[in-house]
Design a protein around this ligand. Structure first.
Ligand SMILES: NC(=O)c1ccc[n+]([C@@H]2O[C@H](COP(=O)([O-])OP(=O)(O)OC[C@H]3O[C@@H](n4cnc5c(N)ncnc54)[C@H](OP(=O)(O)O)[C@@H]3O)[C@@H](O)[C@H]2O)c1
Length: 276
């Protein structure tokens, strides 16, 4: 398979790129600044089937160039993993519009722009898999992570609609919803501290708690990577892959209800001959 992945400088993106390379797939691992992505360069040295392209999901020119380079080299794209993402922590009232827009530009519009670049090739091939790295925050709503959760909720909706619209073209769509794992995300989270406001104290408490959860979270990223690989390879992948075992009891009924609603939509969507 030919696999294109965004945000491969660290964390889930890097681990996923390595996992596909180990399987023998041709991986185009992208990063917005490959020269600074030392671990990714190291993976490139280890795997001849892992190449690196520059791709900033907020830069349309870089998306066009990375997709064109992939198609030129491999003539097709079987799997797109929309992994790149950023987070912001702060009371929703205090997250200003430029910050909100920056989160949505990367997590939502960026992922949509990359997907838009790849879909014509997948529709022409009549096959493909699009996988979104979502978060448990794309299903739950969490205080002080409102901007991030809102972007991931939007991505949950977008993935479901793509799945409805793309099945007739042989393209399947899935999202993976991890809880806190130990990646670079903790250090990359921007903070709206709300100093001098009534939000300052609870924001600090939440930030410390979350930093602790991420720092003490699993360093073994394989449950998330395995879900992505399954979404890419299973003959009939589910729309949603939760990776949060401690929440399975409470999430189970919600996900079952969401699945039933999605199956209902599939059965009512023109162009889809048989329900999933
Ligand atoms: N870690 C968790 O607990 C957790 C839980 C749920 C969901 N997630 C999701 O998992 C995904 C990956 O995060 P991670 O945990 O692996 O954190 P990470 O190590 O910080 O990785 C985030 C990646 O996104 C890249 N990125 C950010 N903005 C970009 C842009 N404009 N264009 C291209 N790449 C960009 C970063 O590149 P740079 O190095 O250039 O910044 C980095 O490679 C994100 O979508 C995140 O929301 C993480």
């Amino acid at each position: 398979m030919i696999v294109l992945i965004t945000g491969c400088s660290s964390g889930f993106g890097l681990a996923t790129a390595v996992a596909f390379a180990q399987r023998g797939d041709a991986v185009v691992a992208t990063a917005r600044d490959p020269a600074r992505a030392a671990a990714l360069q190291d993976a490139h040295m280890r795997f001849a089937n892992l190449s690196i392209e520059r791709l900033d999901v907020t830069d349309q020119g870089s998306i066009n160039a990375a997709v064109a380079a992939t198609v030129d080299r491999h003539q097709r794209i079987d799997v797109l993993v929309n992994n790149a993402g950023i987070g912001v922590l702060g009371a929703l009232e205090l997250v200003d519009e430029p910050t909100l827009r920056a989160v949505f530009d990367t997590n939502v519009f960026g992922a949509m722009a990359v997907t838009r670049g790849v879909l014509p090739h997948m529709r022409e091939q009549k096959s493909g898999r699009v996988i979104f790295m979502n978060a448990i925050g794309g299903i739950l709503t969490t205080a002080f992570l409102g901007a991030y959760c809102a972007s991931k909720h939007a991505l949950d909706c977008i993935a479901a609609v793509y799945d409805l619209e793309l099945r007739p073209f042989g393209v399947r769509v899935s999202s993976v919803y991890p809880s806190a794992f130990h990646t670079a995300m903790g250090g990359n989270l921007s903070l709206v501290a709300g100093e001098g406001t009534a939000y300052a104290e609870p924001t600090r408490a939440y930030f410390e708690g979350l930093s602790q959860r991420i720092a003490s979270g699993p360093t073994d990223l394989s449950p998330v990577v395995d879900a992505v690989v399954d979404a890419a390879t299973s003959p009939d992948p589910p729309l949603r892959y939760p990776v949060a075992s401690h929440l399975s009891e409470v999430l189970g009924p919600t996900l079952e209800a969401l699945d039933a609603l999605h199956r209902r939509e599939l059965s009512m969507t023109p162009g889809i001959s048989r329900p999933a």
